[in-house]
Design a binder for this molecule. Structure first.
Ligand code: GDP
Length: 411
C-alpha cells in the first residue's frame, strides 16, 4: 500500500483583489481537481471557483471536499478559508480550520496595502508559523525584475516586524491569471531563480505533533452511552492520553481513571494531538462535565483563569471598545462572556511598539494589551506555555470583532 501523504492546512491571505481566488483556482485546475469546463466563462474564471465555495459556506451547505483539497508530489493540502470570509478567525482559533501555513498574495502593481498588513499580523497572532509570499500580477508590471525586488523588499520589511524571518520565506514571482511560475517555470521571468508555487509548497514542513506539552483535550460534547457510561468527546490538542491514565476536567475539577478510548468507532490504547476521540472516565457522570471543559493530567491540570492579560487586535467593531465591555470569548470549545477591566496600552500592530498608555477606547484596526475578567470560570493558558490553548476570538453582534492571545494570567 502506498504511504499516505502528509497533510497540511493552507490559508490564502492578502489584500482584496490581489488575486487569492485566482491563484487558488489555478492551483486546483492545474492539480486536476477541477476541469476547464467547471470554470465560468470569461475574465474571472478562476476567481469563480473560490466565490462559489464562499457562497456555499455562507448558505451553510456542506462543501464538496474534493474542491478544497489538492495534492503535490509530497503533500496533501486542504485550503482553509481566507480571512475576510465570514468566521475565518473564529474557525482558525477554535480549531475548525487551523492553518499550518499561509500563502500571502501581494499584487506587484499595488505592493503592500492595508489588508496585507492586517492579514500578516493576524497570521502571526493565529500562530501560522510558515509563510510563502506570492508576488502576483507580474504580467501587469511587464515581468519587471526591478518592480519584483521593490515589492519583495517592502514585504520583507513588513513580515520581519511581526517576527517572520524573510530569508526563510520563499518569495515567488507569479501571474495567477496567466499561470506563470505556479506549477511550471515561466519563460517570461528568465531573471527569476526561485521556486514555483508548487515547489515552494513542497518545501513546507508538515505540522509537528505537540506530544511533549501537557495533555489538553477541550470537550466538544458529552454523550451517555448504554453499557459504557459517560463519554466526553473532543480533539487532543497537546500531549498524549493513554488508557489507565488519571485525568481531571477543569473548571469543574472532577476526574478519574480512563477506562477506554475510541477513535472512528475503534478502541485505541493511546491518543495523540489531532486525534478526535471519545473516552470514558470512571466515576464521571454526564452532568459533571460539559462542552468547554478541558481534560488534562492531574499533575499538570488545565489552568482556570480568574483574570488574564491579553494582546488583542480589533478586527471589525462598529463602535468603540471601552472598560466594562463584556462580549463572548470563544476559546477552544468554550464560550464565556468576559469583561474588559483595563485597557493597559495601545500598541502598533506591526511592530508591537507602545503607542499610548491607558487609552480611553479601542476601535477597528487597533491592537492593545488589555486585562480581562471572565464572568464564569474559563480554562485558558499562556500563549508561551501552551500556544494551542492561549488564543481566542471575541464575538459580538454575530461577527468576530477581535482576536487575541493570553500573555499572562492570575489562576
Ligand atoms: P482576491 O480578492 O484576492 O481573491 O482577488 P481575485 O482572485 O478575485 O482577483 C481580483 C482581480 O484581479 C480579478 O479580476 C482577477 O482576474 C485579477 N487578477 C488576479 N490575478 C491576476 C494576475 O496575475 N494578473 C492580472 N492581470 N490580473 C489578475
Amino acid at each position: 500500500m502506498a504511504k499516505e501523504k502528509e497533510h497540511i492546512n493552507l490559508a490564502f491571505i492578502g489584500h482584496v483583489d490581489h488575486g487569492k481566488s485566482t491563484l487558488v483556482g489555478h492551483l486546483l485546475l492545474q492539480a486536476g481537481v477541477i476541469t476547464e469546463q467547471q470554470l465560468a466563462e470569461g475574465e474571472d474564471k478562476f476567481r469563480y471557483v473560490m466565490d462559489r465555495l464562499a457562497e456555499e459556506r455562507e448558505r451553510g451547505l456542506t462543501i464538496d471536499l474534493a474542491h478544497t483539497k489538492f495534492e503535490t508530489k509530497k503533500y496533501e493540502f486542504t485550503i482553509v478559508d481566507c480571512p475576510g470570509h465570514r468566521d475565518f478567525v473564529k474557525n482558525m482559533i477554535t480549531g475548525a480550520s487551523q492553518a499550518d501555513a499561509a500563502v500571502l498574495v501581494v499584487a506587484a502593481d499595488d505592493g503592500v496595502m492595508p489588508q496585507t498588513k492586517e492579514h500578516v499580523f493576524l497570521a502571526r497572532t493565529l500562530g501560522i508559523d510558515q509563510l510563502i509570499v506570492a508576488i502576483n500580477k507580474m504580467d501587469l508590471v511587464d515581468y519587471s525584475e526591478d518592480r519584483y525586488n521593490e515589492v519583495k523588499d517592502e514585504v520583507s520589511e513588513l513580515i520581519k516586524t511581526v517576527g517572520y524571518k524573510p530569508n526563510e520565506v520563499p518569495f515567488v514571482a507569479v501571474s495567477a491569471f496567466v499561470g506563470d511560475n505556479i506549477t511550471q517555470k515561466s519563460d517570461k521571468t528568465p531573471w527569476y531563480k526561485g521556486p514555483t508555487i508548487v515547489e515552494a509548497l513542497d518545501q513546507l514542513n508538515p505540522p509537528e505533533k505537540p506530544v511533549d506539552l501537557p495533555l489538553r483535550i477541550p470537550i466538544q460534547d458529552v454523550y451517555s452511552i448504554t453499557g459504557v457510561g459517560t463519554v466526553p468527546v473532543g480533539r487532543v490538542e497537546t500531549g498524549v492520553l493513554k488508557t489507565g491514565d488519571n485525568v481531571i476536567f477543569e473548571p469543574p475539577g472532577v476526574g478519574g481513571e480512563v477506562k477506554s478510548i475510541e477513535m472512528h468507532h475503534e478502541r485505541i490504547e493511546q491518543a495523540e494531538p489531532g486525534d478526535n476521540i471519545g473516552f470514558n472516565v470512571r466515576g464521571v457522570g454526564k452532568n459533571d462535565i460539559r462542552r468547554g471543559d478541558v481534560a488534562g493530567h492531574p499533575d499538570t491540570p488545565p489552568t482556570v483563569a480568574k483574570q488574564f492579560t491579553a494582546q488583542v487586535v480589533v478586527l471589525q467593531h462598529p463602535g468603540v471598545i471601552t472598560v466594562g465591555y463584556t462580549p463572548v470569548f470563544h476559546c477552544h470549545t468554550a464560550q464565556v462572556a468576559c469583561t474588559f477591566t483595563e485597557l493597559v496600552q495601545k500598541i502598533n500592530p506591526a511592530t508591537g511598539e507602545v503607542q499610548e498608555e491607558n487609552p480611553d477606547y479601542l476601535k477597528t484596526g487597533d491592537a492593545a494589551v488589555v486585562k480581562i475578567q471572565p464572568t464564569k470560570p474559563l480554562v485558558i493558558e499562556k500563549i508561551k506555555d501552551i500556544p494551542h490553548m492561549g488564543r481566542f476570538a471575541i464575538r459580538d453582534m454575530g461577527q468576530t470583532v477581535a482576536a487575541g492571545m493570553c500573555i499572562d494570567l492570575v489562576p
